[in-house]
Design a binder for this molecule. Structure first.
Ligand SMILES: Cc1cc2nc3c(=O)[nH]c(=O)nc-3n(C[C@H](O)[C@H](O)[C@H](O)COP(=O)(O)OP(=O)(O)OC[C@H]3O[C@@H](n4cnc5c(N)ncnc54)[C@H](O)[C@@H]3O)c2cc1C
Length: 403
């Protein structure tokens, strides 16, 4: 069976890996002209995530080789004085890796056809398959189409309607970019909070570079997602007056090789599937960057979706509802935790900011820190994974055409 996946980040290549293992024939279309490098750090935590990674040939050792090995993150005041230490497992889980490095490892393992620099423009379904049109590639037929194309999913928009119906804005914006590790941090993070704003600096790729990350509270902003200069201007305005390293970091932004800016939002869709089309990863259930389990959810969803398709011998009418039944409570729990964190992340006003600093100071002496880490682990482990024997699905057709 020929299966088209839109999106080559985490969910897409992980799904392609499992589909190949079960004997399906996946193709991935990715809008970016090449694999998107760098980005932010993502992590896996708990037995559920690790048990899937262990089943994937060579993937866990490759992740271990590329892991960030991050240590603690310190909160600092405007003068850079360290206030409170937050241990690595609060953010880094059991194993942490740059999202770009993870994508590369999954793509290498997936043994799949990739079409870069293209996007689906239309899908017409009939009894036997889906005719898909693209911006560049000539139309092609597939048996199934999977939208693993993130928060701003095209497959979701074409199938279920505009993003505004499904996106829930959590009141914050996030920006992240790569810069020189000019503070010379050694596997260390620093973060500084001002009313309504947070700036963080952490070393990356064995201290050879660093990431600047910013969160700020705002009413919804209107901007073009392709207009990076406008996004940088919005960030500069939002962070103006914040001390510490922020002015220098914003100067570094001007020569940053990559820049990410987006709202902190969730995706809530009543049903993930329609006919031969279904959604996976952030496209289906984005829990927001604050949940800390987005990449783990994408990995688990890919494993379950491919496994259910194999168990149903490719019958999407059986597999898609079963996949949704297994994944929905798990995703909903992660969404709830993401939402809770958004409210606490960047307190408004001087008093609340002061309160947060005091509680961070006290945290190492209270159960708070370990409770937060335990709760993230519980969220990551809140699913019982079925076993899906590999090799139970129909073998790929040599013709490459749906029939
Ligand atoms: C700042 C930040 C910090 C985060 N921190 C963590 C963390 O600590 N731990 C964690 O587990 N998760 C974290 N996450 C979340 C994690 O990155 C996502 O949940 C995860 O990447 C979801 O993977 P995905 O493949 O579903 O979607 P995405 O990673 O969003 O990938 C979607 C892919 O689809 C492509 N695409 C988009 N539109 C089209 C189109 N029309 N056609 C073809 N391709 C298209 C995109 O280019 C992209 O490659 C963080 C996210 C952000 C933004």
């Amino acid at each position: 069976m020929d299966i088209l996946i839109s999106g080559a980040s985490v969910a897409g290549p992980a799904l392609a890996y499992w589909l190949r293992r079960h004997g399906f024939n996946p193709t991935i279309v990715e809008r970016a002209p090449q694999l998107r490098d760098g980005g932010h750090a993502v992590d896996f935590r708990g037995d559920v995530h690790l048990s899937i990674l262990r089943k994937m040939d060579g993937v866990l050792p490759a992740i271990e080789r590329a892991q960030t090995g991050m240590g603690a993150t310190w909160t600092v005041n405007a003068a850079g004085k360290k206030i409170a230490r937050m241990p690595a497992d609060l953010f880094a889980g059991d194993i942490e890796i740059q999202r770009g490095d993870l994508s590369r490892i999954l793509v290498d393992a997936s043994d799949t056809e990739y079409i870069f620099g293209d996007s689906i423009t239309g899908m017409t379904e009939d009894a036997d398959g889906v005719t898909v049109t693209f911006e560049r590639t000539p139309p092609r037929r597939f048996h199934l189409v999977i939208g693993a194309d993130g928060l701003h999913s095209t497959v979701r928009a074409l199938t279920f309607g505009p993003e505004s119906r499904f996106a829930k804005y959590l009141g914050l914006y996030v920006a992240i970019f790569r810069m020189e590790n000019y503070l010379g941090l050694d596997h260390l993070g620093l973060s500084h909070t001002a009313p309504g704003r947070l700036a963080a600096y952490y070393s990356a790729r064995n201290n050879t570079e660093a990431r600047a990350m910013f969160f700020f509270g705002s009413e919804p902003l209107t901007y073009d997602r392709r207009d990076v200069e406008h996004q940088k201007r919005l960030l500069r305005e939002a962070m103006s007056g914040v001390g510490w390293e922020v002015p220098r970091m914003l100067r570094e932004m001007e020569r940053a090789p990559e820049f990410y800016f987006d709202s902190v939002s969730q995706v809530h869709v009543d049903r993930w599937s329609h006919g031969r089309i279904t959604l996976l990863g952030d496209a289906a259930w984005c829990a927001s960057p604050l949940s800390g389990v987005g990449s783990g959810l994408a990995l688990v969803g890919a494993y379950v979706l491919a496994g259910e398709l194999a168990a149903a011998r490719g019958d999407h009418r059986v597999a898609f509802p079963r996949y949704e039944q297994l994944m929905r409570p798990y995703a909903a729990r992660a969404q709830k935790s993401g939402e809770g964190i958004a409210g606490m992340m960047v307190p408004e006003g001087r008093f609340m900011t002061w309160m947060m600093r005091q509680s961070q100071r006290l945290m190492p002496y209270t159960p708070g820190m370990s409770l937060i880490a335990k709760s993230a682990r519980k969220t990551a482990e809140a699913i019982t994974l079925p076993e899906y024997p590999v090799g139970s699905a129909p073998r790929p057709r040599p013709s490459g055409r749906a029939s």
